[in-house]
Design a protein around this ligand. Sequence first.
Ligand code: P6P
Length: 335
Amino acid sequence: MNSQSLEALKPPTLTIQQHIVVGQQRFPDATGEFSFLLSGLTLATKKIQAQVRSAGINNILGEFGEVNIQGESQQILDVYSNRVMIESLSCRKSVGVIASEEEDEARLLNDSPEAKYAVIFDPLDGSSNIDVNVSVGTTFSIFRRPDGVTGANPNQWVLQKGTEQIGAGYVVYGSSTVMVYTVGNGVHGFTLDPSIGAFVLSHENIRMPKQGKSYSVNEAYLEDFPPNYQEYINHLKSGNAGNYRSRYIGSMVADFHRTLLRGGIFIYPPTESHKSGKLRLLYEANPIAMIAEQAGGFATNGETRILEIDPQEVHQRTPLVVGSEHEMEQFRKFI
Ligand code: P6P
């Protein structure tokens, strides 16, 4: 193969760390700490994906045998992923506090003056789908330590409005492993290249299409939804809104990733069993909402912009409606 054809073969490889370094002059905390923090997330999610991809042969499918604070049965991979995220972030002195779906409360890792950030995450969202080989994901949200706050009350580090996030993103473990993140300067996607073990730039400056062709909601609960949600969904199904099709994976990260790239709308309304919605504000709705807005979309709880909600507790739930400009404008007319 001559050099020209080699040149044509692949675009230049830009890893997520390089991307942060290149872009960090726009990032106020450009001291390398943030890219080191991010490297903790990329390392952890590479370890998680290695287990997710081989779960069926490593005998780590199934239930761990305990129940988390949500009252949900923990999968073995939930526990593993949570430990890997905490272990990896503990090695970053800039991370003072973490909060996780799998932890009862926010946890202090380090109260030194270097501890500038709090990282909130769902280590493995949708994990009940793993046994049937459906895509799952890791979500993360990053805050600065609030001024004057010590390690005495870790919750204070994380109970901040979504507008205060300095970074957010997710990793979707699908047909490929893709990390999507934002630091407030656009949304960028990186695909894990197994041949070099690095996340390399694959989706630069993602923009959510202004209108999509699909809506994503669990219609099994349609009769439970508030009437105005039912009216909106029936409007989409009627053909009067255009030729929409239904796409619902039941794994939020995967359902949102499709919505981000193709447009449309994802809806998890209040239901009889979850009157405040099922999804959690801090580590599901907030990171997704930051990504959506940075890509030109919008996210609401049906009344308020998700990023404006003032959280009261770590595992607070919220309804989530997130999608393209057009669908969200239509939704507003029904609510
Ligand atoms: P339902 C997965 O358990 C999850 O938390 C989200 O990833 C997903 O969007 C939602 O629950 C699915 O919930 O009630 O439709 O099965």
